[in-house]
Design a protein around this ligand. Structure first.
Ligand code: NAD
Ligand code: AHE
Ligand code: ZN
Length: 370
């Protein structure tokens, strides 16, 4: 069949809106009609050409929600009509990592996913007879996509697609980084570097678990208002305090250093600041931001010798099939907010404008509704 899609033919070029061919689900696979998809900074990163795993032509997008339309042989946990959120971090429940219960980084299909193909090594997408690659195992910038059964979380049917698609990445990454990876405790001091689609969710996660002081750091002063609405108690603008004085400014606000910090930008200089602003002896800094190939982080080993911890997180440490339905419940019960963060909604034809809004700092999250 044919599907409408935004195709990334080349790095650094706008997406092309058009039709591609999509073949049906093979054994263990599921055809999903994507109803809505968010635009995450990671899509822009891969489109820029800096992602070592970026392959072209491809159908990007990894923050979606939709409806199962067809299942392949052997699929038992899903049926046509089920509402689902695609998972770029799948959950096979059988690999060493899943069985360990120590990490959400399921390894069962990671190698093929990183090459832009399905687990059997082939793509379901083509255009004029030429292969078009998948992206992060999701390719939600297509109205129809194919995913492995283990990469779909079944969610309740009364949840609006144009809101819960954001749970497919940003919401879960930000909140999960707080609850699952850092395990922030009530009364903690927390610093969030980068108040975009991810950082604002870290803020709401920190408020949810009862953090006391929640400091936001961003060079875009317009981010202050939404961040305060989501629980930020203090704001630091590096361009006002001086970019080399950010660590000192945070130490001053936290009696010597924060309990936790989160880097939600992808800037390796900021990652260093995020580590060094945490408290001697126990401070933990979590890297969420994705930095380009070739970038490296550095600090004086003394920072670690004196008890600071440097860690990272993918998809907030969340096991998608098990935990994503619960996050959808949190949204439906009003425990977490999503609506104010979706600042722009657009049809697929305007997806490139969504990326422009991201780059200019005007949007927090843009969502494409099919
Ligand atoms: P975004 O563009 O919405 O937000 C980035 C924010 O950082 C903006 O508010 C911007 O003003 C601010 N910023 C930029 N440079 C800054 C600086 N030097 N100092 C302070 N603030 C600065 O991006 P997003 O969608 O929130 O994604 C953030 C990062 O997280 C990206 O690198 C993305 O690839 C990554 N990410 C990682 C995961 C994961 O699982 N680890 C998941 C999703 C996104
Ligand atoms: N191919 C990229 C990897 C980028 C990356 O780290 N991705 C995150 C998710 S970002 C979502 O917006 C992730 O899940 N990482 C774990 C993994 O297995 O990919 C690069 O830079 O090489
Ligand atoms: Zn993302």
């Amino acid at each position: 069949m044919k599907t409408r899609a935004a195709i990334a033919f080349e790095a650094g070029k706008p997406l092309t809106i058009g039709e591609v061919d999509i073949s049906g689900p093979r054994p263990g696979e599921v055809l999903v009609e994507v109803m809505a998809t968010g635009l995450c900074h990671t899509d822009a990163y891969t489109l820029s050409g800096l992602d070592p795993e970026g392959v072209f032509p491809a159908i990007l997008g990894h923050e979606g929600a939709g409806i199962v339309r067809e299942i392949g042989a052997g699929v038992t946990s899903l049926k046509p009509g089920d509402h689902v959120i695609p998972l770029y971090t799948p959950e096979c429940r059988q690999c060493k990592t899943c069985l360990s219960q120590r990490s959400n980084l399921c390894t069962s299909i990671r190698a093929t996913q990183g090459k832009g193909v399905m687990p059997d090594g082939t793509s379901r997408f083509s255009c004029d007879g030429a292969q078009v690659m998948h992206y992060m195992g999701c390719s939600t910038f297509a109205n129809f996509t194919v995913l492995p059964e283990i990469a779909l979380a079944k969610v309740r049917e009364d949840a609006p697609f144009e809101k819960i698609c954001y749970i497919g990445c940003g919401v879960t990454t930000g909140i999960g980084a707080v609850t699952n990876t850092a395990k922030v405790w009530p009364g903690a001091s927390v610093v969030v570097f980068g108040l975009g689609g991810i950082g604002l969710n870290v803020i709401q996660g920190a408020r949810m678990v009862g953090a006391d002081k929640i400091i936001g750091v961003d060079i875009n002063p317009a981010r202050q208002e939404m961040a305060r609405r989501f629980g930020m108690t203090h704001f630091v603008n590096p361009d006002e305090v001086g970019r080399d004085k950010v660590v000192q400014a945070i130490q001053d606000l936290t009696d010597g250093g924060a309990d936790f910090s989160f880097e939600c930008i992808g800037n390796t200089n900021v990652m260093r600041q995020a580590l060094e602003c945490t408290h001697r002896g126990w401070g933990t800094s979590i890297i969420i931001g994705v930095a380009a190939a070739g970038q490296e982080i550095s600090t004086r080993p003394f920072q670690l010798v004196t008890g600071r911890n440097w860690r990272g997180t993918a998809f907030g440490g969340v096991r998608g099939r098990t935990e994503v339905p619960k996050i959808v419940d949190w949204y439906m019960e009003g425990k977490i907010q999503i609506d104010p963060l979706i600042t722009h909604v657009m049809p697929l034809e305007k997806i490139n404008e969504g990326f422009d809004l991201m780059h200019s700092g005007e949007s927090i999250r843009s969502v494409v509704v099919f």
